[in-house]
Design a protein around this ligand. Sequence first.
Ligand code: SF4
Ligand code: SF4
Length: 55
Amino acid sequence: MRINFESCDLCGTCVSVCPVDAIEISEYRAIIDREKCTNCGLCLKVCPAQAIVKE
Ligand code: SF4
Ligand code: SF4
């Protein structure tokens, strides 16, 4: 999973649903930790901006 920085509005929804705490939001961007991410797809489903892409 990867977050498209141009679409992401830093709403935080993905962070609250990730079961393994793989997403962090800083002041400027949301980042998925690839080491932690299990590709469960939850964040992708809930992102209101469709900013998360599978790759
Ligand atoms: S849910 Fe989508 S728009 Fe919101 S912080 Fe996550 S990636 Fe960005
Ligand atoms: S795919 Fe699942 S594990 Fe990976 S960042 Fe999204 S919610 Fe977290």
